[in-house]
Every structure is written in structure tokens, then in C-alpha cells.
Design a protein around this ligand. Structure first.
Ligand code: 5AD
Ligand code: SF4
Length: 465
């Protein structure tokens, strides 16, 4: 995107990126200060926040859970739907109040996908002068420098770098049991509703040897599970070297790490080789997130999704045939421009046929600068009503999928305390959330759990020998 305030885009090589991180920060400027970090959006953003946390903590800062009492606040934003704006401006209001009334020195940082949008960056500059630091998805590593060189004026750095791939990135990971591993940045698919190719740039894959090295280090440090991250993981490798995602998966499985997951898959690039590798390797989990978006050929075409309803169903059935016990989840958008009742019924038909384990469902949200935003929009009430009807069917099948687990014994990787406190929680290999009565020393272990009770979105169970 062209930002008027954008510092000239620089082209960096992979090697250069290695030297951007400061291992040893000598400055006392932020020593013993407190930071508050809030993250919205996808797993990419969650993982980016682990990098931001590393940078802040290398200054000697510690994390707190409230804006009140913080010296530095960071909001890592998501731009995928309109409600992102409400969240950003709600957050800014709270920060402004805190800065004006309690802490004039509060440093307010806004980062992530939203500042990559020209209108947002301009607005922050013009209308929110109390915001100190703004950086985009390509500039996280520069936070160190921005904090060290904070001056009275706003410090805004949002680059549009198409060629950047970062290696040797350091993270303060949220878990010491499971880890995110970026395998590719950006996306080339340009689905007509989606802002991601604009905010995160074109697809750039990491070299497989760097990925394998990262997974081996994680395994040696006691991690049990890795999730390979990308907007469209099955297009991995197409931009750099002679390697496919199926081959990468095989190599990652060879490291011997206990659990390998990956998100997100685009049906268009999902090959038979991938199905073969996933079904034949015990440590690749039988869980596939396969976004449908719509079941109507007309809408799929308008969305630029590159597959038809029939092609999607053929792929789905192929996966289920190879892995009958696998769980498959999806993303669906209702109310896309031009969606009529019969198009929506096609979506419901696919849901009835696939009986998804679960789904993320969304009302289409126009994103400025994307082709679909200029198409004729569907009435909001109609879209809301469709979402409700869709969710009823999704919930029905989510519950049915869980009911199959009742009284079964399944392996669960125990991650920590459950939300309600008393029990521990973890996930099955098929990504089902299970609350387990188990001793604390099972945290970090894969244990056999008998499912004693199922609900729509979680299950309860107890450890068996
Ligand atoms: N409106 C609604 N949902 C969207 N998604 C992406 N862009 C939009 C949009 N403009 C959904 C898609 C995608 C998921 C991450 O978010 O379903 O798979
Ligand atoms: Fe967006 Fe489509 Fe790329 Fe997914 S594949 S990130 S929906 S453009």
C-alpha cells in the first residue's frame, strides 16, 4: 500500500535480516518498567506478539495485565474485518485517558495489520498525536530502535517490503509445550474480500533448512508440539526452492517432534502428496482446517477462490477416505456481495455434507481497497439472519462430532490449568479441547484420557493408565 508517510521501501536479503536483532541491549532506559501487550487477530499476530514481548523484555521490562500502571502499552491490531476499527479506537480512548489523567509519560504503540492501511496510519498521525510509536507487520524488529530513539514527535514506521524474510527471530513464547513456527509470510491468492495480501505482502517462504533447524531446537528444548504457520501453507516453497509443502511436512515429521500441526490450508493447493504424508506420519496430527468460504460456485468465482463446490467436496471426501478419524474445520463467510438465498443454500448443503467438527463463521465485511468492497453489498439484516441459520447447523454437527468421543480413550497433550481452574486442559490429536481431572505433573505430557462428558465446544475426561 502507498503510505504518504512511508519511509522508502528497502529491499533486504535474508542474510541482512539476521543482524537486525539486538541480543544485548545496554540501555537502562526501560529497565524495570512495565508493559501491557494486547493482541487481536490470527495466529500470525499472536506469534508476532511473542516477538514483541521478547524485544520489550530484553529491555528489562515486565508484563502486566492492565493499561493502568503500564509504562509502555502495545496494541497488535488485526484488519481482517471492520470491527477491528472499533477495537482500535476503543483501546486508544482508554490509553488517551490514562495518559492525560495518570501517566503523562505513557508510551502508546500501535502495530500489526491496521497501520498497514493508509487511512489508519493517516488518521493516527492527524487525529491521535498522543500515540507515540506506530509500526507495521514488516517492522517489528525495529521496535528496539524506535524505543531507544523515541523522540517527542510520533515515530511512525510502516514499510511495504515485498522481499523480506526474517531468520533468527527471537521470541518470548507464551508456552514451553507448544510453539508456533512461521514457514511463510504473506499471501499471493488475493481473494477479492481479503486485506491480508495488502497488509502482509506477497508470499515469501522461509528456507526449509531454517524451519527444520528451528523445529529441532524447539524439540531439544522440550517442546512437544509445533504448528507451522502461514496464510496458505500448502503454497509453501513455490516462491523459493524446489520443495513442496508435502516434502516440508515429511522433513518436519523426521525431526521426531511429537506433534506437528499446520494452518491454514487453501483447498486449491491441497495435493494428494499432502494427504499421503499426513495420513502416513504418526506425528502429523489428523486435523485439517480447510476454509470453504462459500458453497456457491457463483460466489466462489466472485471471491476468486479458484475452486468449485464439487472440487471442494471431492477434496474433502479424499481426505476423509484417507483419514476417516481426522477432524476437519472450516471458515465460512455469509453475505458476500451478490449472495442470494440459493447461493446460501449451497453453503448450507456443503455444511450438511461435510458435517464439520467446527467452523469460524463471519458476516462479510467490506475492506477498503479490496475488489469486493466495490461490489453491490447484501442487506445487513439478511446477512445476520443467514449467519444465525448457518451457526445452528454448524453447532449441531460440532456437537455430533464430539459425541463420537464419549467413553473413548484418546491421547491428550496436557497444557495447563483449565479456564475454570479446578481441572487441567489439553487437546486431542484432532484438536478437541478436553478438561481433564489430572495431577499437575501431567502438564507437558501426552496422557491417555477417557472422555466422560461431551459438550458442543469441549469435553471432560479423566486419566486412565
Ligand atoms: N469479511 C469477512 N470475513 C473475512 N475473512 C477474511 N476476510 C474477510 C472479510 N473481508 C475470513 C475468511 C478467512 C478468515 C481468516 O477470515 O473466512 O478464512
Ligand atoms: Fe486472504 Fe485468500 Fe490469502 Fe486466505 S488465501 S489470506 S483468504 S487472500
Amino acid at each position: 500500500m502507498n503510505l504518504p508517510n512511508m519511509i522508502e521501501a528497502k529491499k533486504r536479503s535474508r542474510e541482512d535480516a539476521k543482524h537486525i536483532y539486538l541480543d544485548d541491549i545496554k540501555s537502562d532506559m526501560y529497565k524495570d518498567k512495565k508493559y501491557f501487550l494486547k493482541t487481536y487477530g490470527c495466529q500470525m499476530n499472536v506469534h508476532d506478539s511473542e516477538e514483541i514481548a521478547y524485544i520489550l523484555e530484553s529491555f528489562g521490562m515486565t508484563k502486566i495485565d492492565t493499561i493502568e500502571g503500564a509504562d509502555v502499552v502495545v496494541l497488535n491490531t488485526c484488519a481482517i474485518r471492520e470491527n477491528a476499527h472499533d477495537k482500535l479506537y476503543g483501546f486508544l480512548g482508554r490509553c488517551k485517558h490514562e495518559k492525560e489523567t495518570n501517566n503523562h509519560d505513557l508510551i502508546i504503540c500501535i502495530c500489526g495489520c491496521m497501520p498497514q492501511e493508509e487511512s489508519v496510519s493517516n488518521d493516527l498521525i492527524k487525529n491521535h498525536p498522543y500515540v507515540d510509536i506506530v509500526f507495521g507487520t514488516h517492522n517489528i524488529h525495529e521496535l528496539t530502535d524506535m524505543l531507544l530513539n523515541k523522540i517527542d514527535n510520533q515515530n511512525i514506521r510502516v514499510y511495504s517490503i515485498e522481499g523480506n524474510v526474517f531468520e533468527n527471530v527471537k521470541y518470548k513464547r507464551d508456552s514451553n509445550i507448544k510453539a508456533w513456527v512461521d514457514i511463510q509470510y504473506g499471501c499471493d491468492k488475493f481473494c477479492t474480500y481479503c486485506i491480508v495480501p495488502y497488509t502482509r505482502g506477497k508470499q515469501r517462504s522461509r528456507h526449509s533448512n531454517e524451519i527444520i533447524h528451528e523445529v529441532e531446537c524447539l524439540k531439544n528444548n522440550g517442546y512437544r508440539e509445533v504448528t507451522l504457520l502461514g496464510q496458505n501453507v500448502n503454497a509453501y516453497g513455490k516462491d523459493i526452492e524446489d520443495i513442496t509443502f508435502a516434502e516440508l511436512l515429511d522433513k518436519v515429521a523426521d525431526t521426531g517432534i511429537e506433534r506437528v500441526r499446520f494452518v491454514t490450508s487453501h483447498p486449491w493447493d491441497f495435493t494428494d502428496d499432502m494427504i499421503e504424508v499426513i495420513s502416513s506420519r504418526d506425528n502429523i496430527m489428523p486435523y485439517i482446517h480447510l476454509p470453504l468460504q462459500s458453497g456457491s460456485d457463483k460466489i466462489l468465482k466472485l471471491m476468486g477462490r479458484r475452486y468449485t463446490k464439487e472440487e471442494y467436496l471431492t477434496l474433502y471426501n479424499k481426505i476423509k477416505k484417507a483419514m476417516p478419524e481426522s477432524s476437519i474445520t472450516t471458515d465460512i463467510i455469509v453475505g458476500f456481495p451478490g449472495e442470494e438465498e440459493e447461493d446460501f443454500k449451497d453453503t448450507l448443503d456443503v455444511v450438511e455434507q461435510c458435517k464439520y467438527d467446527s467452523a469460524f463463521t463471519f458476516i462479510y465485511s467490506p475492506r477498503e481497497g479490496t475488489p469486493a468492497a466495490k461490489m453491490e453489498q447484501v442487506d445487513k439484516k439478511v446477512a445476520e439472519e443467514r449467519l444465525q441459520r448457518l451457526n445452528e447447523v454448524i453447532n449441531k454437527y460440532a456437537r455430533i462430532a464430539n459425541e463420537k468421543y464419549l467413553d473413548k480413550v484418546v491421547p491428550v497433550l496436557i497444557e495447563g490449568k483449565s479456564e475454570k481452574g479446578e481441572m487441567l486442559m489439553g487437546y486431542t490429536d484432532t484438536m478437541k479441547l478436553v478438561n481433564v481431572s489430572a495431577p499437575n505433573d501431567t502438564i507437558g505430557k501426552i496422557v491417555n484420557v477417557k472422555i466422560t462428558n461431551v459438550k458442543t465446544w469441549s469435553m471432560d475426561g479423566e486419566i486412565v493408565e
